[in-house]
Design a protein around this ligand. Structure first.
Ligand code: SF4
Ligand code: SF4
Ligand code: FES
Length: 361
């Protein structure tokens, strides 16, 4: 194509409306952009579409059966219906089959970011959980790690956990074993997560649409009174700037969830950002400056006294050992302005370039 040639706009017909799309988009992506509500369960936009749950089915004119919109590429001239009586019936039946395995889908939202998805869909589609009866699969795995509950009674085999672990975390710590009703998510060699390659990033927990995987630390607050609130913030641990939602009940921080729309992390966190928040309200947390007295013990003092003591120490080192005896390491948790002030303090204050930062994440 020469540079001046116009690119032909590709279009398809969606519920009677002609809509444009880009080469490579799926029907689901086009429908989403056009504001259609197509339900999904195995879909997570960060992952390769998988086509396991079939809930996103749509009717294609000319096709004998409904197709999964999340795995079907859009093609020019296609005529798509996202919601017909037959499609809605098909979706309800699929949900009733899922619900027959998971009759109590009511899950505390503290379990994870996506944990309400199945229950929300059952309510929206007015599903009767008792319509199909039969065997149940999945068991609770008595994994004794402190972070992740593995309650596979609620598992619907959507593979989101397995895929996020492989595709986002690059860890391949979990997979699926057995078939049919014996199918189960498992860590390597059916071991505990602690003995696998799992880094406890928590991504599998946060993408699970049923709460089969739960955030054990946040779940400690299930019985606490008060409304669950979410406050958007930035993880303070390193310089990446992952966005998080702080979960609180009354004045207590009870958990952390990754922000799926955080530009730096898109729903990912590491073990520290995800689970290491107890320090915030820990009894041992230092809230006042302490200096060591002549008795060898630490004593609470005001900030001026503490800063004078620190300056005295720096001065002594400088006088006794020279300017290159001073080395500054700025905290990765400090904002830019503080990092700038720190390097100025070391360079201009002591005359040495021995300044570094701990942000190596
Ligand atoms: S544990 Fe959750 S995310 Fe994993 S397959 Fe089961 S329902 Fe899906
Ligand atoms: S916590 Fe992270 S590394 Fe461990 S199984 Fe889940 S996604 Fe994989
Ligand atoms: S969301 Fe498309 S098949 Fe599950």
């Amino acid at each position: 194509m020469n540079a001046t040639a116009e690119t032909k706009t590709l279009t398809l017909t969606l519920d009677g409306e002609e809509v444009p799309f880009r080469e490579g988009e799926t029907i689901y992506e086009v429908a989403q952009r056009a504001g259609r509500e197509v339900p999904t369960l195995c879909y997570d936009k960060r992952l390769e579409a998988f086509g396991a749950c079939r809930l996103c089915v749509v009717q294609l004119e000319g096709a004998r059966n409904p197709v999964a919109s999340c795995t079907t590429p859009a093609t020019a001239g296609m005529v798509v219906h996202t919601s017909t009586e037959a499609i809605e019936k098909h979706r309800r039946t699929l949900l009733e089959l899922v619900a027959s395995e998971n009759p109590d889908a009511t899950i505390d939202p503290l379990r994870g970011f996506a944990s309400q998805e199945l229950n929300d869909l059952l309510c929206q589609h007015d599903v009767q959980p008792g319509r199909f009866a039969g065997e149940h699969s999945g068991t609770t795995n008595s994994d004794d790690n402190p972070f992740i509950l593995r309650d596979y009674d609620h598992c619907i085999s959507c593979y989101r956990c397995v895929r996020v672990c492989a595709e986002q975390e690059g860890d391949h710590a979990i997979t699926m074993m057995n078939r049919g009703f014996d199918k189960q998510i498992t860590a390597e060699f059916n071991n505990r997560l602690k003995e696998s390659a799992c880094t406890f990033c928590g991504q599998c927990v946060q993408t699970c649409p049923t709460g089969a995987l739960g955030d054990r630390k946040a779940m400690r607050a299930e019985s606490l009174p008060g409304k669950l609130e979410k406050t958007r913030s930035v993880c303070p641990y390193c310089g990446v700037g992952c966005q998080v939602d702080l979960l609180s009940k009354e004045d207590k921080l009870v958990g952390i969830q990754p922000a799926m729309d955080g530009p730096a992390n898109e729903g990912a966190l590491c073990i520290k950002g995800q689970f290491a928040f107890d320090f915030v309200q820990h009894d041992d947390r230092l809230t006042k400056p302490l200096v060591r007295g002549d008795d060898g013990e630490l004593h609470e003092v005001d900030w001026n006294t503490a800063l004078d003591r620190a300056a005295e120490g720096f001065r002594k080192v400088l006088e006794e050992h020279g300017r290159h005896a001073v080395y500054g390491v700025a905290s990765g948790r400090a904002p830019n302005e503080a990092a700038y002030t720190m390097q100025k303090f070391i360079r201009a204050g002591f005359g040495t370039n021995q300044i570094d930062n701990c942000s190596r994440a």
